[in-house]
Ligand binder design. Structure first.
Ligand SMILES: [Zn+2]
Length: 306
């Protein structure tokens, strides 16, 4: 009799509104799933306790090798601490990962949510077998994870890969980071909806906007053209610097029908970067969809254990 020993980890996706947890096996299959509102106003300690309860709920009787937390940054991986983030006021320099580790009694890894999504994509999604891969998440802002030669880029204090803050328009909109004209001010999911409102005069969700495009509305076609060019300006800079094999677009914009934008961007970078770097480059939507957050956080555990 052969026993197949399956290895499990718990992935936690920490957001300013909700936190989700999932029990994930090494192949990327989700075995249990739970979600709860993040008790931000009750403070970081209450959030750590609520997170531990959430982890216990999905963990049940399985033995896990660790817990991964994907969190908004900037943060310190070694101190398992969030430095400061606008969505989690009062959490400044709170060692959330360390606290959860004490409560749960098992190893906790903390990393930036977009980097987690990139690990998830590298392990279970479109980045499998790719050593040079860039993932960008288009949500409230734009986050990034960049693999160079099979390794994630961290910089001197874990703050690298902030692709959302490359300058698209000098002198453009003021960004909370202190710069003007940041990529995310123009191309996040939030910006996409704002730009749709400016053109149509209607408040709409991503799905409705892509439907309007499918139905042939002229304003929606205009929006797609202009938006894809802005995305391409940002993307082309990354292609020139990192020369990836694969670029994966994820986040809210791509889980609500943004897939067609990949081909538009691929076309719009043609005149913006070296031909040799474009050869063999694929730009694709995330394969992990709405589960990217928890899968990514769990993949952090599998990755770091190796
Ligand atoms: Zn910025």
């Amino acid at each position: 009799v052969y026993l197949i020993i399956m290895t499990y980890a718990v992935g936690v996706d920490l957001g300013g509104t909700n936190m989700r947890a999932a029990l994930v096996d090494e192949s990327g299959k989700i075995h249990a799933h739970a979600k709860v509102r993040t008790p931000v106003e009750a403070g970081p300690e209450a959030t750590a306790v609520a997170m531990n309860a959430l982890v216990s709920e999905v963990r049940s009787s399985e033995t896990i090798i660790g817990i991964g937390i994907g969190s908004p940054g900037p943060l310190s991986r070694t101190e398992k601490m969030i430095y400061q983030t606008p969505n989690l006021p009062g959490f400044d320099r709170f060692p959330l990962g360390q606290r959860l580790q004490d409560l749960a009694g098992c190893t906790v890894f903390l990393d930036n949510d977009a980097k987690c999504a990139a690990y998830g994509e590298a392990h279970f999604g479109r980045g499998k077998g790719r050593n040079n891969m860039i993932l960008m998440t288009f949500g409230t802002g734009i986050g990034g994870g960049i693999f160079v030669g099979g390794r994630m880029l961290y910089g001197k204090s874990d703050g690298a890969c902030e692709v959302g803050h490359l300058t698209l328009y000098p002198g453009g909109h003021r960004c909370p980071c202190g710069n003007r004209g940041c990529f995310e001010s123009y191309c996040s999911a939030t910006a996409f909806k704002r730009r749709a409102f400016d053109k149509s005069g209607h408040e709409m969700g991503g799905r409705e906007i892509f439907e309007a495009f499918d139905q042939g509305h002229a304003w929606a076609l205009d929006l797609m053209k202009e938006f894809a060019v802005d995305m391409a300006i940002g993307t082309a800079s990354l292609v020139n610097i990192f020369e990836p094999e694969t670029i994966v677009f994820g986040g809210g914009l791509f889980s609500t029908g943004g897939g067609p934008l990949c081909a538009w961007v691929q076309d719009a970078i043609k005149d913006r970067c070296f031909k040799s770097s474009q050869r063999g480059l694929e730009i694709v939507p995330s394969a992990l969809g709405g589960d990217a957050g928890v899968l990514g956080a769990a993949s952090l555990v599998f990755h770091l254990r190796q």
